[in-house]
Design a protein around this ligand. Structure first.
Ligand code: PBG
Length: 338
């Protein structure tokens, strides 16, 4: 019988008895001792929806689209068929509907709310996370209200809580505040609870850094800040202790899941939050991280089919239970055909 052992009998010249390679002898033992598993259950697929009639490609994110409402529903159906069940939805809002208060985002039955409604009724089995922030609706391209060039915290938080309630009423499973204002988790929790939405969760963007890796996402939504940057609310990439501080606050304020964003340059932060909280930890493998790998693959500089799962595995190994990633569908399609 042919053994699948690839190790050859040889003399023990070194006299060593400790041989870690024994646990790598063949595929069976390698899987048996694998410390980290990647599976569809851990993945959340970000989806962009446009108010336009037709879907459009996003040049800096090959393979990702701004879907029309109709195409979005088809996409969700096709994701469900490969075992991908969780989604976070981002709206591309028409420029003419943006203002400096983000008013459209708070309108009952706005386009985004309609989409949530429709997904909820067509696909009750889909797990849906909404994005709560002002930037898709803001003519300033900021996540908060702007006055004299300053981002207002508490006035923004009030709007975010109202927006969260709209999304909960439309049927999302979880609210995803991506704004980084102080105190917004507590305000959203309070608003949801006082309106009877105790069961609607909060996946908080806890440690969201002022990162260059969001570029392609801002292309997709045309949501780049029209002046300045986001450094007075998003975190300084130099800081790790501050992420723990944010985590402790979010946990205290009632978050159900803590998120680190981006993922790859912040694996140490993911690990740190894993040590400091008993809550599930999520990591957002962001648009720029997706774009880098796709660009290298398109140039033939990297073996995409190995590099992609290796990237996701690293995020998991660092301590993330949940990964939001634009690779989710491709990962699930590849796994479901294996
Ligand atoms: C904004 C928001 C951003 C992302 C998600 N929500 C960009 C930003 O903060 O400017 C980025 C996601 C990605 O790059 O994939 N509320």
């Amino acid at each position: 019988m042919k053994s699948n052992c690839v190790v050859k009998q040889e003399d023990n010249f070194s006299g060593t008895t400790k041989r870690p390679r024994r646990n790598r002898n063949n595929a069976v033992i390698r899987s048996m001792v694998a410390e980290t598993q990647l599976s569809a259950e851990a993945l959340v697929f970000p989806l962009f929806v446009t108010m336009q009639k037709a879907s459009s490609a996003i040049p800096s994110m090959p393979g990702i689209f701004r879907f029309s409402k109709e195409d979005l529903l088809h996409e969700i159906e096709s994701c469900l068929s490969v075992g991908l069940k969780s989604f976070v939805l981002f709206p591309a809002i028409e420029e003419s509907l943006k203002d400096n208060k983000g008013s459209y985002g708070l309108k009952a039955n706005n386009f985004y709310v309609e989409c949530i409604h429709e997904i909820r009724s067509r696909f009750p089995e889909a797990f849906l996370i909404s994005d709560v922030a002002l930037d898709p609706y803001s003519s300033d391209g900021h996540d908060g209200l702007v006055e004299d060039g300053i981002i207002l915290n508490d006035a923004t938080v009030k709007l975010l809580a109202d927006m969260a309630l709209l999304h909960a009423q439309a049927g999302v499973d979880m609210i995803g505040p991506s704004d980084m204002m102080d105190g917004r988790v507590a305000a959203i929790r309070k608003k949801l609870d006082s309106s009877g939405y105790h069961h609607t969760g909060i996946i908080s963007y806890t440690a969201k850094y002022a990162s260059a890796y969001y570029g392609p996402f801002r292309d997709a939504l045309e949501s780049a800040p029209r002046f300045g940057d986001k450094k007075t609310y998003q975190m300084n990439p130099a800081n790790r202790r501050e992420a723990i501080r944010e985590a402790l606050l979010d946990e205290e304020e009632g978050a159900d899941v803590l998120m680190v964003k981006p993922a790859l340059c912040y694996l140490d932060v993911i690990h740190e939050l894993r040590q400091h909280s008993t809550l599930p930890i999520a990591a957002y493998n962001v648009s720029g991280e997706y774009a880098m790998l796709k660009a290298a693959a398109a140039n033939g500089w990297i073996d995409y089919h190995r590099a992609m799962p290796e990237m996701l595995l690293a995020i998991k190994r660092a301590g993330a239970d949940i990964i939001l990633t634009y690779f989710a569908k491709e990962f699930c399609s590849l796994s479901s055909t294996q």
